[in-house]
Design a protein. Structure first.
Length: 91
């Protein structure tokens, strides 16, 4: 990943998506890598970024399940039991 100043590191160099853009898509409700790319009207090209996008989504889910502040900065609307979190993370 390359540095983009105050917007964080680039997550997807092919499409110019940085951490802030990915996190905002997650905060807006994206729950899969495909939904993050659709939010920004693009798609993965080389695919090297998909793992990082999934990691950021799972970090948000993990924090939602544990009841602490999610990575995306959005408070969970409904508390998710921890055992359901592990099932979602396996998707």
């Amino acid at each position: 990943m390359e540095e983009t100043g105050d917007r964080g590191m680039y997550v997807c160099n092919c499409n110019g998506l940085n951490e802030r853009m990915v996190d905002q898509a997650i905060a807006d409700g994206a729950r899969s890598a495909a939904e993050v790319f659709r939010e920004h009207e693009c798609r993965p090209l080389c695919g090297r970024c998909v793992g990082e996008v999934r990691t950021r989504i799972n970090a948000c889910r993990h924090r939602d399940a544990c009841g602490s502040q999610p990575a995306c900065g959005k408070k969970p609307a409904v508390s998710t039991p921890v055992h359901e979190h592990f099932l979602m993370a396996a998707e």
